[in-house]
Design a binder for this molecule. Structure first.
Ligand code: ADP
Length: 267
């Protein structure tokens, strides 16, 4: 089983990725797709007069501040447009894709961070009313039921809190948790760069392989959201995934290239 996370970055062709997924499923591979949605949510939020607001946590991670209205826009964009169009694209290639998000059937449960400590203008303060969460469990049995029924699950990055609130979760880390829960061998994170670079954006410094023990150092090379991918890789390996690959989603055969070892392979 392979989990593929499709980034929201420009230049990534859903058509070519869907074609690879179709070829893989025809070969008998089982695939689960997880996708993002932040770039498009930013655009739509802006158009709706509720521009995205980003905050930096005390540990240095940048994330979207998700108030209730932002959560609803995120659900509309990620679980609505992006998910449906991805399912449509896969259906056109003959893949019987099944769109869902983590709220459906409680597939992904998350601990909602009701208050987050942020740094603003050099000062720390608490932000309340945030609808983001950290996934604590994924119902692998339910996902495997869909796979065994011949379906290809396509998962949008929303999860449900113990109280039943929908929350926005990080798609890279959601993909890692899904990979762990279904016992996938490989997790492929497709993005708009060839892999992790030691000295971003110099592509000559692409790191082809990172051993498990090298992830901490790898985290220091990653900037911004790339850090989440490194964290996701670490979480996936912790849960028994054999190989995590950061690969270029913009090539003619993104998945076959990744499986052949192009990109950054973490194992
Ligand atoms: P996606 O939307 O595809 O998940 P992100 O924008 O979250 O992708 O993360 C990928 C981005 O991370 C790259 O486009 C690049 O700008 C940035 N990045 C930061 N540090 C690095 C690094 N060391 N190597 C490669 N990319 C990096």
């Amino acid at each position: 089983m392979i989990v593929v996370k499709i980034g929201g970055a420009q230049g990534v062709s859903l058509d070519l990725i869907s074609q690879d997924i179709a070829s893989l499923t025809q070969q008998g591979q089982k695939v689960v797709v997880v996708h993002g949605g932040s770039a498009e949510t930013n655009e739509i939020s802006e158009k709706l007069g509720h521009p995205a607001r980003f905050v930096t946590s005390v540990s240095g991670f940048s994330s979207r501040y998700t108030d209730r209205q932002t959560l609803e826009i995120f659900a509309m964009v990620a679980n609505g447009r992006i998910n449906t169009l991805l399912v449509e694209c896969l259906q056109k290639k003959g893949v019987n894709a099944f769109g869902l998000c983590g709220v459906d059937g409680r597939v992904m449960e998350a601990h909602r961070k009701e208050a987050i400590r942020i740094v603003e203008n050099g000062k720390q303060r608490m932000l309340r009313d945030d609808y983001t969460g950290k996934i604590v469990s994924v119902n692998g049995v339910l996902l495997k039921m869909l796979i065994e029924a011949g379906l290809t699950p396509v998962v949008a990055p929303l999860a449900v809190s113990p109280e039943g609130d929908a929350v926005n979760v990080d798609a890279d880390r959601a993909a890692a948790m899904v990979a762990g829960a279904i016992g996938a061998e490989q997790l492929i994170l497709l993005t708009n760069v060839p892999g992790l670079m030691r000295d971003f954006p110099d592509e000559g410094t692409l790191i082809p392989h990172i051993p498990r023990g090298g992830l901490e150092q790898a985290l220091s090379f990653a900037e911004g959201r790339m850090k989440k991918k490194v964290l996701g890789a670490s979480e996936a390996l912790d849960q028994g995934v054999t190989k995590v690959i950061f690969a270029d989603g913009r090539t003619a055969h993104p998945l076959f290239d990744a499986i052949a070892g192009k990109g950054t392979v973490i194992s």
